[in-house]
Structure formats: structure tokens, C-alpha cells
Design a protein around this ligand. Structure first.
Ligand code: NAD
Length: 327
């Protein structure tokens, strides 16, 4: 049986595609390549270039491949852009996903793993953030994911669509084959490593007056391989006819921006220049995930929780691919 992987040419999806193959599954990738890289996929993987909201294309894929489940990575994911251009986000992340879901149901594909986000929680009322924490997103991107979570709950009740919504904290790190190559890049670890490589003159620290020990914002960094592993476990969960779930995926450890820069200096042995900049609107001071439910429900455990190991993996990939996938 095959697994439809939307957004499979993106950062996280391309890692999951390889892990699915390693575990004996047959991934089929659908990506419009607006942000993805065809080069990130291994040879021989069935690839369809197109939009997830194209029901005819979904029907054709379902007819050509015996699809048993869908892992839905495709989305736009720039928080700042979502504030400036909410139409783009609600259309791509909500409407296209609704069209995908309806096409899946028509084709009797009723297992769905969804890439949700800690941005559905908004400003934390407490940390670590567990699944009982109230959800009140502070930007349109977070709302798009929140809305699809609610759609999934309704579709489960009405159409028996079983889902696992995985709410990632900050995805990071690399495997030997796949790394982070977003354009534009907004994530801290690749930006710090770009500064190490001289691709940018310095890394900006947005705010040093947060109520944290060193004044910089704290985030939970989770290795992309650990995220990928959770997707395979979510698939096992759905294949065992267990109920739909929303599950947080974090490391349980928080690191400040300064700690990330220091760790990167240590890993690279290079003097990475950092400059203070004003806070960005809507950036919470501290986001740390409680992954107890992922452990109890999926049996998931992060294998690469140490910040230096995460950065080492990313550094290796960026050194081997100094221009990303366009090498
Ligand atoms: N990277 C993170 O830290 C993080 C954190 C939380 C949640 N997420 C979510 O995880 C998912 C994957 O993130 P990523 O970092 O790999 O992003 P990415 O941009 O690298 O991958 C997304 C892929 O989806 C494709 N795509 C977008 N819209 C499409 C459409 N309408 N039809 C077909 N393909 C389309 C893009 O071309 C891209 O290849 C996203 O849904 C994102 O919101 C990411």
C-alpha cells in the first residue's frame, strides 16, 4: 500500500519520504514545488507536480497507486507573511486542504497525518505546553492550522476520517541526505550557520529584554529525524484502528537564541557575529512543548535531543551543500 505525501519535496516531508521507504512503505509525493526541491527526493519515488486542492489529480493518483493514507505537509509557513498576506494563507492552508480532504474521502482514503504547529497555542499561559493548554493563535498562519484541526475533528465524526494532528515545535537539524533549504530562510539554526559560512554578514537577535535568564527568547528545537519518526508511529497508530488524536511534538528542553548561537560557535569553531535587533511583534518569550502524550500514545521518544548534536547535523549538511539543493 502507498502513502500520499503532500509537500514531500519540502524540508520535513523529504526526510519522511526516505524513512517511509526504509520502513517498507511506498510513498507517492505530491508537491507544487513553490517552495520544495525536486532534488530532495530519492530516485524512483513517484512524483506528481501539482496542487493538493486539485481533486482530479488526487483521483488520478488514487487510481494509479493503492493509497492507504495521506501525510499532509504542504502549507505556507511564514508567520510574518501570513500577517501581511492572510488571503494567501487561508486559501492555501485552509481551502486547498479542504479540497484535498474531500477528494481523499471520495477516494475512500480515510487515514490522515497532519502537520500542525505550536503556533496554534498562541501566547503561552504556562510551559511546558501540553495538549490541554488553551489554543488562541496570534497570527493567521496559526489560525489556518487551528481551523484544519477543527475540520478534522468534524470529518472524523461525520465521515470516519481518522487523523493524527502533530503539533511541531521548532523543526531543525538534517540527515545525511536532506537539510533545511527554505527561500527565504527565517529559522534560527540555518541563519546562524549561514552567518558561520559568510552567506550573511551576521545573525540578528530579535529582542534581548525578554523575561528569560539571558534576555533572549527560548524555543524548543526538535530534530527533523525525530519528527519523521513520530509520523511513522502516527501511521502505525492509525493502522491499529486507534482513535484520532492531536499530539504535541517537542523536545521538552528550551534553548535561548544566545544559547543556540553559542552552541553553533562551539560546533563550527567559527566566530559567528550576532547583532541585537528589536523584538518581532507576536514573538512569545518562551515556547517549550510537553511531549508526554506523544510518549504515552505513540511510544515516541526524541533520539537526538541535544542541541549540539542537532546543530552538528545541520552544519554537516550546510557544509556539504553550501548553496542548498541548487548545488
Ligand atoms: N519547519 C517547522 O519548524 C515547522 C513547525 C511547525 C509546523 N510545520 C509545518 O510542517 C509542514 C512542513 O514544513 P516544512 O518546514 O517542511 O515546509 P516546506 O516549505 O519546506 O515544505 C512545504 C512543501 O509544501 C509544498 N506546497 C505548499 N503549498 C502547496 C500546495 N498547495 N500544493 C502542493 N504543494 C504545496 C511546498 O512546495 C513545499 O515543498 C508545514 O505544513 C508547516 O506548516 C513546520
Amino acid at each position: 500500500m502507498a502513502i500520499l505525501v503532500t509537500g514531500g519535496a519540502g524540508y520535513i516531508g523529504s526526510v519522511v519520504v526516505r524513512d517511509l521507504i526504509r520502513d517498507g512503505h511506498s510513498p507517492v509525493v505530491l508537491d507544487n514545488l513553490v517552495y520544495g526541491h525536486r532534488e530532495s527526493l530519492p530516485d524512483g519515488v513517484p512524483f506528481f507536480e501539482g496542487n493538493v486542492g486539485d481533486p482530479e489529480l488526487i483521483g488520478r493518483i488514487a487510481a494509479e497507486h493503492d493509497i492507504e493514507a495521506c501525510m499532509h505537509f504542504s502549507a505556507y509557513a511564514y508567520v510574518g507573511e501570513s500577517v501581511e498576506q492572510p488571503q494567501r494563507y487561508f486559501h492555501n492552508n485552509v481551502i486547498e486542504t479542504l479540497r484535498l480532504l474531500d477528494a481523499l474521502i471520495v477516494n475512500n482514503i480515510k487515514k490522515f497525518v497532519f502537520s500542525s504547529t505550536c503556533a496554534t497555542f498562541g501566547e503561552p499561559q504556562y510551559t511546558p505546553i501540553d495538549e490541554r493548554h488553551p489554543q488562541n493563535p496570534t497570527n493567521p498562519y496559526g489560525w489556518t492550522k487551528f481551523m484544519i484541526e477543527r475540520v478534522l475533528e468534524s470529518y472524523d465524526k461525520a465521515y470516519d476520517l481518522k487523523f493524527v494532528a502533530l503539533r511541531y515545535f521548532n523543526a531543525c537539524g538534517a540527515t545525511d541526505d536532506c537539510g533545511e533549504d527554505h527561500d527565504p530562510e527565517t529559522h534560527l539554526i540555518p541563519l546562524v550557520l549561514f552567518a558561520a559560512q559568510g552567506r550573511i554578514p551576521h545573525v540578528s537577535i530579535f529582542g534581548d529584554d525578554y523575561p528569560t535568564p539571558d534576555g533572549t527568547a527560548i524555543r524548543d528545537y526538535i530534530h527533523v529525524s525525530d519528527l519523521s519518526n513520530a509520523h511513522l508511529l502516527a501511521l502505525d497508530h492509525l493502522n491499529s484502528d486507534k482513535p484520532s488524536e492531536c499530539i504535541n511534538l517537542g523536545n521538552g528542553n528550551g534553548y535561548s537564541v544566545m544559547e543556540v548561537i553559542e552552541a553553533a560557535r562551539k560546533v563550527t569553531g567559527l566566530p559567528i557575529e550576532a547583532k541585537m535587533a528589536p523584538r518581532r511583534a507576536g514573538d512569545p518569550s518562551k515556547l517549550i512543548g510537553d511531549a508526554s502524550k506523544a510518549k504515552s500514545v505513540l511510544g515516541w521518544q526524541p533520539r537526538i535531543p541535544e542541541l549540539e548534536r542537532i546543530i552538528e547535523s545541520a552544519w554537516k549538511w550546510h557544509k556539504n551543500n553550501p548553496s542548498g539543493y541548487s548545488n
